[in-house]
Design a protein around this ligand. Sequence first.
Ligand code: DGL
Length: 275
Amino acid sequence: MNDLNASSCAPIGIFDSGVGGLTVCRKISELLPFEKIIYLGDTARVPYGSKAPETVLRYARSCAAVLLKYKIKMLVIACNTATAFALEALQKELDIPVLGVLRPGATAALSRTKNGIIGVIGTRGVINSRSYEKTLKAQRPDIDVYSQACPLFVPFAEEGWVSGDALFHVARHYLEDLKKKKIDTLVLGCTHYPLLKNTIQAVLGEDVMLVDSAEETAKDVVESLDKNFLFNKEKEVTQPLFLVTDSPEAFRSTGEKFWGTSLMSVQWVDICSTS
Ligand code: DGL
């Protein structure tokens, strides 16, 4: 990897399968207000979490290809599933820095747990890959890790159903066993889940610390820009450009819940020609 071709005023490219990565995108833009950002939500192919690793890798490559057309200086995979299955490959294949969300989330969990019992929730893909467990145990072999796939959480988040009885019942079903294991920290191993934080916290109780990797990932981005001399020197604040592979309208209405304010520029992009 080298940064010789990257221009510091070029945008940072971020992608996820849908709206979930906006949680990461928001933290990055809060921490780095002068960076230009292009966010791609692959809404035509969400969810990634139930797809085979090879399929997710192919999707991730095509998302990267779309963003590379905008001459991005850095790629952030704001999706745990794509990080688990495509980070290594994209780091080898691209000549710009490529960052994922998994290691930052694991590091944050380790710094917060007091009793050494950590829960991880994520898509089926992430949980079956055991990526979090391996990353956590590699740093602290003595800790206990309990994992649970929560496949119905992504459609709830994509639909904007972030509270209510239906979500509460589903959350209780998924989280009851983790609660019995006496976890004191829960990694939200899917970038969609922070939107469901209130319900997850209500089911687990206030004593369990919820870790979302958005903040830690944003810090990694700052560090990597610094290391590669890639900070944008232009001091202009702009809202990110949002690209989607399905209806911009649907993305805009749910995306605003993740983003907090209205999403000004949402454009459809043709991903089929790159996959
Ligand atoms: N937001 C994604 C993640 O962090 C996945 C959601 C999905 O597409 O299944 O894993």
